[in-house]
Ligand binder design. Structure first.
Ligand SMILES: *Cc1c(COP(=O)(O)O)cnc(C)c1O
Length: 395
């Protein structure tokens, strides 16, 4: 049975390891999130925005040419068709409504590549709420189009100038801000990571993905259950959403795809399920890449959304318990899949999602199997990378 307990643990992973100063904020959220989500007015507004603003339900599409190539029934859950181009908006819509009901007047977030920052700035504009996004100084230089988007949406982008000037430093700055502004501020975390109740709350907001899959598969195939669900895992929010309603259906195989960068053992990777050991990162006990004395190892992936040194506690538990199968995909394998899927289906996937597609070359399945690939996002944001590597893959 896969479930979270009262204290926020999935098996031995999860919990809330936080500085004393954050205790009131986290405790307030923990005490109220389930009641708020269960409230009729919340449910109604959340559903309405998902429908009219995000554009849900996202289609479930039988990819015929991919199915023919792989000799199985391959369905794509089209999260790339959501407003802002990925699944992240499901969570930020939920959290902005949560923040309103908690009486918060100010939103903070951290972002690496800027995708979560854009999804947060979007819902803050929708609600007319002040938005501050912390971003590493290096990431600000690397991700100029997303910085421009956030500014255009009315958010303030504050550079994190300490450490490696990337995502983990931006996270530290956001936490510092929250400690200093406990009364009026809500911190929107972008994946199923962080202290309890964040992993559970984010998984519940994203669970709309598998909720739709149940009836969409029934319509397509006559059965609610697929044989296999494949999703990429950075922190793990799109995977958590795609798995959620199937977690306790053991006949449905769950495949978690992570980034192997230049190779699992190349020293430039983000393959946490293989390289990770138990430890605490960003407030929860999980698997993370660390040195023997507990220093976090800088992760690497060509895909900014998978470039994270840990995984959410739900996924650590799913993998450690054998419920989910982990697959690691290199940069070049993901790029090859991105070019291949674009030509086969007329869909340019995000680099993160391209890792999920690559798993089709790695796992075993039968020709009668129904396989759902969660198409977490569209590839527009990655066009510069696709252009840069194009010739190498088209000789
Ligand atoms: C951010 C992102 C991811 C990784 O985040 P998860 O929390 O693991 O889902 C995957 N795909 C896309 C398109 C993203 O933008």
């Amino acid at each position: 049975m896969i479930a979270i307990d009262q204290k926020g643990y999935y098996g031995e992973f999860g919990g809330a390891f936080i500085p004393e100063m954050l205790y009131p904020n986290i405790e307030e959220l923990r005490e109220q999130y389930l009641a708020i989500m269960a409230d009729d007015s919340f449910e109604k507004e959340f559903r309405q925005l998902l429908k009219d603003y995000v554009g849900r339900p996202s289609p479930l599409y039988l990819a015929e040419r991919l199915s023919e190539h792989y000799q199985a029934y391959i369905y794509l859950k089209r999260e790339d068709l959501n407003h802002t181009g990925a699944h992240k908006i499901n969570n930020t819509v939920g959290q902005i409504l949560m923040a309103e009901r908690l009486g918060k007047k100010r939103i903070i977030a951290e972002t690496g590549a800027g995708q979560h920052g854009v999804a947060t700035a979007t819902v803050c504009a929708l609600k007319g709420i002040e938005c501050i996004v912390y971003m590493g100084e290096i990431d600000i230089q690397r991700q100029a189009p997303n910085v421009a988007r956030m500014k255009m949406l009315g958010a303030e982008v504050r550079p994190a100038t300490s450490g490696s000037k990337t995502l983990k430093d931006a996270t530290n700055e956001a936490i510092r801000d929250w400690i200093n502004n406990p009364e009026d501020t809500h911190y929107i975390i972008g994946s199923v990571v962080g202290p309890h109740p964040y992993p559970d709350m984010v998984a519940r907001f994203q669970s709309v993905i598998s909720e739709e899959m149940l009836w969409q598969l029934k319509e397509h195939t006559g059965k609610e259950d697929p044989d296999v669900i494949i999703a990429c895992v950075g922190g793990g929010s799109n995977a958590a959403g795609a798995y959620y309603h199937y977690l306790n259906k053991d006949q449905v195989r769950l495949v978690a795809v992570e980034a192997a960068g230049h190779g699992i053992h190349s020293g430039e990777s983000a393959a946490t399920s293989v390289l990770g050991t138990k430890g605490i990162i960003h407030g929860s006990r999980t698997l993370l890449m660390q040195t023997p004395d507990g220093q976090i190892v800088e992760p690497y992936s060509i895909s900014a959304g998978l470039d994270y040194p840990g995984i959410g506690p739900m996924h650590a538990h799913l993998i450690a318990s054998g419920r989910a199968e982990a697959v690691s995909i290199t940069d070049d394998e993901a790029l090859a899949s991105a070019y291949f899927v674009s030509k086969k289906e007329g869909i340019i996937p995000a680099l993160e999602t391209a890792h999920a597609f690559s798993a089709l070359d790695k796992i075993e399945y039968d020709s009668s199997d129904v396989i759902v690939v969660n198409l977490s996002g569209r590839g527009d944001k990655d066009l510069a990378t696709f252009i840069k590597h194009y010739d190498r893959f088209h000789k």
